[in-house]
Write a protein that binds this ligand. Sequence first.
Ligand SMILES: [Zn+2]
Length: 511
Amino acid sequence: MAVARTRSVALIGVTGRIVEVEADVGNGLAGIHLIGLPDTALSEARERVRSAMVNSRFPWPDARITVSLFPASLPKRGSQFDLAIAVAILGAAGVVPPDRVSTPFFLGELGLDGRLRPVRGILPSVLGAAKTCEVTVVVPAANAAEAALVPDAKVIPVADLRQLVGWLRDGEEPPALAESPDDAAIPTTELPSVDLADVVGQPIGRRALEVCAAGGHNLWMLGPPGTGKTMLAERLPTLLPDLELDHALEVTAIHSVAGVLPPSSPMISRPPYVSPHHTATAAALVGGGSTVVRPGAVSLAHRGTLFLDEAPEFPRHVLDSLRQPLESGQVTVARAAGTITFPARFLLVLAANPCPCSQPATPGDACQCTPALRRRYLAKLSGPLLDRVDVKVTVARSSKAELMADRTFVESSKTVAERVLNARQRAAKRLDGTPWRTNAEISSAALHADYRPCDAAMKPLSSCLESGTLSARGLDRVVRVAWTLADLADRDQPGEEETSRALAFWLGVGA
Ligand SMILES: [Zn+2]
């Protein structure tokens, strides 16, 4: 009868923290005691571990078993500690050599029959384990492809407890992964089958989309139903470049914690697109949950697009909850068990009808809404939220003549995406050595110190500042968009033309 130690990982939001699991099998009344802040799922681990061991025909020690998880101060949630608890008990009971279990990390939920079940959040857990050095991680076979995304991890996929014990006793490795981690690196996902060329007419809307994609700017589209606002928004992802490796890992980690990764090709290499309905709750939007806190839409849209169609229909407190992530690029969810922070840096696209009656903009407009009603309808979005939107456009229904004339010039997503990539590369080169990669992210202080356009370019803005049509915050946003327009035009810095057009985008008067 002895003590055995092993390791696992606790997830705090999307950060993995190493947890030591220790089992002591000793004299005393037979039973199992778990210490170290266990939540309900963890307490249930006792029953799962016992059944899994007995049903795998391993002896259950007829003794007092104490299992301790520490640091005790770390909140530990979910079922991914099952495997480490079982392994520590097997080590302490002498079923496997205790020295073989002390260094690897064990992650996974046990079924009552001893099979290993996949768990959420494997990628961030393995990243947490491999933070300092190369590690060996034992994971359920169904999680193996996801775990193998981490370069410094040797992944041992196991199907059940018996297979694991075989490996620990004889060093007999379970069948290797079908593909090596190198092959798994960033598969290129097929672009969605929509294309910007599907949108005929709407030259201003298309141009705004290109500018927002290039600089990472937030977009607001106002127009009657049936004018193609949703079509435009859905095509924004086709203009965005693939995620770079570090961003791809961030995005994949969040989706892993949310439990929405495809198990076969888990790496997300394209910017996500999330479009919650206006009946979504604040918890669905920013994250929440009673026992385990899950990331919300703003985090699932991290490094991608969050599209709110019919934005004024969202309850005001739900819209207000967007302010923190828009400002800081992350969202903090407060729950009884503590606060959890998730990344949430997304490109926000808002669309709205001009009035609540949603009459299509047909000739002989059936809309009877009064100007006061229209104002009230849109007022929900004004102020703090629209202050954080850099590009505002009005989309109107195109005339037949416009549609016919436009059809020949209309550009495909591929053509526009090339210009976007070129502009992004210009910006990335200029921002090299800073924490930012797009113009939209540049801090106010840096904007004033290092990226102030020349005096001639600032002229149209100064007069607006004096007349009060432009606030100080608005000025910063206009300057960021002006830089993006310069990047798109292959210019080294914005001139008067770029600042004037950025100002028009900010004021919502087309550009
Ligand atoms: Zn109306």
